[in-house]
Design a binder for this molecule. Structure first.
Ligand code: 5GP
Length: 205
């Protein structure tokens, strides 16, 4: 598999990162529905089990821990992270290639560490957006309402949220998600401006 620097550069990379429960998935889905943006969702690989209605090859590429670790060894990932203990998540280089080959821009819904890694690899080609929940208490309420995780898992996600919130200033933009329609409008305008912006020659093909 080619090194990330050898990926053929065609499109742009739009990263949305946030603590779990911040509403970033809602924002990403909204952006995907805007056809004029020409975005395609980067399906991550994960070693965690499917949740609820999740579908392999749509929400994630679900795989065993062993298979995931083999991909790490084979350097198949653009970035990967053990987001929660024994729950690995990562972006396969092949996935980005697949989307660029379709002539589309890639949109990512990934954790803060992975998001910042992509930004570092492709500084000009990447728009990195942090979605901030109104408060940690609000995050707790949203996660409880979602009813998809056990109490222990919710607590694990909340504990991680404070660490993640501290990385917000490293992103290109922070969207405060206290009012969803405002957050969606802000996301539209950021993405619209970014995909129209020409790249300087060194990040051009
Ligand atoms: P969930 O289990 O709720 O689907 O995802 C847990 C966390 O893993 C979320 O913050 C999600 O954004 C993140 N995540 C999903 N895919 C990737 C990926 O490919 N790379 C990284 N670094 N994080 C990911």
């Amino acid at each position: 598999m080619a090194d990330s620097n050898q990926l053929t550069h065609h499109g742009k990379l739009i990263v949305f990162s946030a603590p779990s429960g911040s509403g970033k998935t809602t924002i990403v889905r909204h952006l995907l529905a805007q056809e004029q943006f020409n975005l395609e969702f980067s399906i991550s690989a994960t070693s965690r089990a499917p949740r609820g209605e999740e579908v392999h090859g749509k929400d994630y590429y679900f795989m065993s821990l062993d298979t995931f670790k083999q991909h790490i060894k084979d350097e198949d990932f653009l970035e990967w992270e053990e987001v929660y203990r024994d729950n690995f998540y990562g972006t396969l280089k092949e996935e980005v290639q697949r989307i660029w080959a379709m002539g589309k821009h890639v949109i990512f819904d990934i954790d803060v560490v992975g998001g910042l890694r992509i930004k570092k690899k492709f500084p000009e080609r990447t728009l990195a957006v942090f979605v901030k929940p109104p408060s940690v208490d609000e995050l707790k309420i949203r996660l409880k309402k979602r009813k998809t995780e056990s109490k222990e898992k919710i607590n694990m996600r909340i504990a991680k949220a404070s660490v993640e919130l501290a990385t917000a200033p490293q992103f290109d933009h922070i969207i405060l998600n206290d009012d969803l329609s405002k957050a969606l409008a802000e996301a539209d305008s950021l993405v619209s401006d970014f995909i129209r912006k020409p790249l300087s020659r060194d990040e051009e093909e």
